[in-house]
Design a protein around this ligand. Structure first.
Ligand code: MF3
Ligand code: CO
Length: 249
């Protein structure tokens, strides 16, 4: 499938989608505390999306049963919000997507709940900065591999590993469009980034090794070695040659 470049008007709609997604994601972050049950986040999303007239992008996607992914500690991504309570010291990744006027926005953050270990806190900061490095690397004229190479060099330089089996993606009319956006690899690989491209960059960084396994629910992805993992994601557009972050409040 060829990469679809978005027009100026389409990017304006995606900017609204991104703002709404970021606002609701921030509301979820603000209510995290020990004792909060994962499912409560799903309930908030349903209510707040309805209020803003946007559609959950994840609900029903390949049968996914919720509006948001909640992945705790050694869980990397795609955790289904259930009856689990958050406890002091957890690191919680929240991934959210909405559809607004036919266009998708997708973003994620990892948050420390209460007193998190120094290692957990450092993992969160390194993963946040990995995403920043990827965003800075994304500009018109460079090859896509430059993004992943920047993320990998930084995260591995900090002593952590980058998940290989799950990657970022083009985004727009569909949640997952071409191209795939790996968080690792050769800088001189992949298509050349062009004005109007919209992609979701989403590094997943582990304290231990990069290998993953799937939970018995067939969705939740965990680190194979049981080490902590963090995940940050923004939807960005290449505008005037540079990355514009669309998923900001
Ligand atoms: N941000 C995730 C992704 O890009 C969201 C997908 S979760 C799903 O793949 F449940 F909808 F699959
Ligand atoms: Co995504």
């Amino acid at each position: 499938m060829p990469i679809v470049l978005k027009s100026r008007d389409e990017i304006a709609i995606m900017r609204e989608a991104g703002r709404i997604n970021a606002e609701v994601l921030q509301m979820l972050v603000d209510c995290l505390r020990p004792g909060l049950v994962e499912k409560e986040l799903d309930e908030i999303v349903r209510k707040e999306f309805k209020k803003r007239s946007v559609i959950p992008a994840f609900l029903g996607y390949q049968g996914y049963p919720a509006t948001v992914c909640v992945s705790i500690n050694e869980e990397i991504v795609h955790g289904i919000p259930g009856d689990r309570e958050m406890v002091d010291g957890d690191i919680v990744s929240i991934d959210l997507g909405c559809v607004h006027k036919g266009f998708v926005a997708d973003s994620a953050v990892t948050v420390a709940v209460g007193n998190v270990s120094p290692e957990g806190r450092r993992l969160i900061e390194v993963t946040r900065e990995s995403l920043n490095r990827g965003i800075e690397a994304a500009r018109a004229g460079v090859r896509l591999g430059y993004i992943g190479a920047a993320i990998q060099a930084y995260a591995e330089g900090e002593g952590f590993s980058v998940v290989r089996e799950y990657v970022g993606h083009g985004v727009g009319r569909q949640m997952h469009e071409d191209p795939q956006v790996p968080n690792y690899g050769n800088p001189d690989s992949g298509p050349v980034l062009k004005e109007g491209m919209v992609i979701a960059i989403e590094p997943m960084v582990n304290v231990g090794d990069w290998h993953t396994k799937r939970d018995s629910d067939n969705w939740t992805v965990q680190t194979l070695d049981g080490s902590l993992s963090a995940h940050f994601e923004h939807t960005i557009a290449i505008r005037d040659g540079e990355a514009e972050v669309l998923t900001l409040p």
